[in-house]
Write a protein that binds this ligand. Structure first.
Ligand SMILES: Cc1cc2nc3c(=O)[nH]c(=O)nc-3n(C[C@H](O)[C@H](O)[C@H](O)COP(=O)(O)OP(=O)(O)OC[C@H]3O[C@@H](n4cnc5c(N)ncnc54)[C@H](O)[C@@H]3O)c2cc1C
Ligand SMILES: NC(=O)c1ccc[n+]([C@@H]2O[C@H](COP(=O)([O-])OP(=O)(O)OC[C@H]3O[C@@H](n4cnc5c(N)ncnc54)[C@H](O)[C@@H]3O)[C@@H](O)[C@H]2O)c1
Length: 474
């Protein structure tokens, strides 16, 4: 049995909060820190999630624009346009490798240790890795999540479906990509691969994809994607699968929609590749969490945490997907700040309760959201004033030739605070921070109306949108 090595901070899993805490605690607080990571770089976001998918979507956007130029400007381009998937893959890899260099540099610069290997808890605050034992005053569990593959679907496991990890590594174009699950992962890959020239079918068990979003938003977005060739089969479940992803695969489908001509009856769908994007499972089993460390898990398999991300064991925190924080990198980033606040009082001590959860689906058009959705407000009986404007009212979109989509906001019925904001349009993710700031400070929407914003930028559309908030009913 090796002698335990004593650290101030050790993270099991190199997710977002893990590396930020290690870098910050070592360089600004003189702590001895280590991060244990069994993947290629520290964290999913730079390797197999946010950064490579956004790189892929950008390449797909270029392919789309090249095709548009060919179609609309005879003579501006010639020949049959085809995406070169080997080059698309190479560019994605270049970005991933660049992120690795950046992170390795930060570990070196901050003198925090990145331990490459699989870690497991062997005691409440002791981790075993590569034949070493590490103990620390503060331990962080930041192991992330993995794609959920529902093995109760007959034939799914044998079909060797792709997850986002494998799909990001194939260098040829699938002839027909079938996507199981119309959530964030499914929608972004659907548009990217359709734009590269693949036939794409999305199967979603709910009556609409992106089930949490308002139906007007989903209708507009799916109309755009359908026009680009993506086929959506909603209210549809898979009852059997034969064949193997990568060669030929046949799915037996059942449709439960009363409006569909195939309602109730089975149908089959044949494709070349199958992507599973049907939700995620936290990486919390087989690493000694409950057995060796006595850490409590929730019914969903996440590490149980309080509002300051403390687990049931004193001195052990959990952050990110594995702790049930909303599955976004920026929420992992905020988890880092919450834990840093507890450990050092800087920037200030606070919890996760009531924090904003902004999101952007990076399809083109982007779908940006923060706060309350209209459907949610109705369900909860929250009274609101609604303002909605087409993207064409954001004059910049006219110059871009991208006027589809709209923005809408919910404002208090009997007050002036903004309750929620949603936009579907080009680059609308960049509109969120200014709206977030007004919401966070509890300011009146009229503060936005009062701004002078550069013309013609997307942001100036916010002034017009909020100018049109209907008056309070007397
Ligand atoms: C395809 C895709 C695209 C996405 N795009 C976006 C986006 O654009 N924007 C956004 O905000 N979010 C996006 N997300 C979500 C985002 O990637 C996750 O919410 C985020 O990465 C979670 O961070 P985390 O800190 O919880 O852990 P992770 O980043 O998942 O890191 C956990 C790390 O722990 C390691 N690990 C696990 N177990 C062990 C062990 N026992 N020993 C050693 N190491 C271990 C893993 O290898 C991993 O590197 C995307 C997700 C996917 C799947
Ligand atoms: N741009 C971003 O920020 C971004 C991008 C990708 C992923 N993410 C994060 O990762 C999370 C996980 O993404 P995801 O798309 O895997 O999950 P998800 O939970 O967003 O969507 C999964 C979808 O699959 C459907 N589904 C599940 N089982 C099914 C079945 N058997 N048949 C048909 N449909 C089925 C669900 O109804 C749901 O619509 C997201 O919720 C998001 O938080 C963020």
């Amino acid at each position: 049995m090796p002698t335990p090595e004593q650290y101030d901070f050790v993270a099991l899993g190199g997710g977002e909060a893990a590396k930020l805490l290690a870098w910050d605690l070592s360089s600004n607080h003189g702590k001895k820190c280590a991060v244990i990571e069994h993947g290629p770089i520290s964290g999913a976001c730079p390797t197999v999630a946010c950064m490579p998918t956004k790189t892929l979507l950008h390449s797909a956007q270029l392919a789309h624009l090249a095709r548009q130029v060919q179609a609309s400007t005879p003579g501006a381009a010639s020949g049959d346009f085809k995406a070169d998937m080997a080059k698309v893959f190479a560019r994605k890899q270049e970005v991933v490798d660049g992120m690795a260099d950046l992170f390795l540099g930060l570990f070196a610069e901050t003198k925090s240790e990145l331990i490459r290997g699989h870690g497991e808890l062997v005691g409440p605050k002791t981790i075993s890795c590569n034949g070493r034992l590490l103990t620390a005053e503060t331990v962080l569990i930041n192991t992330g999540s993995k794609a959920f593959v529902d093995t109760s679907i007959p034939g799914l496991a044998d079909a060797k479906p792709l997850t986002h990890v494998e799909l990001l590594n194939i260098t040829t174009l699938p002839s027909h990509l079938i996507i199981l699950g119309g959530g964030y992962v499914g929608m972004e890959f659907a548009q990217a691969y359709a734009r590269f020239g693949a036939r794409v079918t999305v199967i979603e068990r709910n009556s609409q994809v992106l089930n949490k979003e308002d139906s007007d938003v989903v209708t507009e977005l799916t109309t755009i994607l359908t026009r680009e060739g993506v086929e959506f089969l909603t209210s549809t479940t898979v009852t059997n699968i034969t064949g193997t992803s990568g060669s030929e695969i046949t799915l037996t489908l059942s449709n439960s929609s009363s409006s569909s001509s195939s309602a109730g009856g089975p149908s089959t769908l044949r494709g070349s590749h199958l992507l599973v994007s049907a939700g995620r499972t936290p990486n919390t089993s087989g690493i000694g969490l409950t057995e060796a460390a006595g850490i409590t898990l929730t019914a969903t398999g996440h590490v149980a945490v309080d509002a300051q991300l403390r687990t049931s064991v004193p001195g052990v925190f959990a952050a990110g997907d594995c702790a049930g924080s909303p599955y976004f990198t920026h929420m992992g980033w905020d988890d880092y700040r919450v834990i840093l606040g507890v450990l050092t009082g800087a920037p200030r001590e606070r919890g996760t309760e009531g924090r904003q959860v902004p999101s952007v689906l990076f399809t083109s058009r982007e779908l940006a959201h923060v706060g309350l959705r209209e459907g949610e407000a109705r369900e909860k009986g929250v009274k609101y004033r609604l303002v909605k404007a087409p993207m064409g009212a954001f004059l910049r979109t006219r110059a871009l030739g991208e006027t589809e989509g709209f923005a809408k906001a919910l404002v208090e019925a009997e007050g002036e605070r903004i309750l929620g904001f949603t936009a579907l349009g080009p680059g609308v993710g960049e509109l969120l921070p200014v709206v977030q700031l007004v919401m966070k400070l509890g300011l009146s929407y009229k503060e936005l109306v009062d701004l002078t914003i550069v013309h013609p930028t997307m942001s100036e559309g916010l002034v017009d949108l909020f100018r049109s908030v209907p008056p309070m009913s007397k």
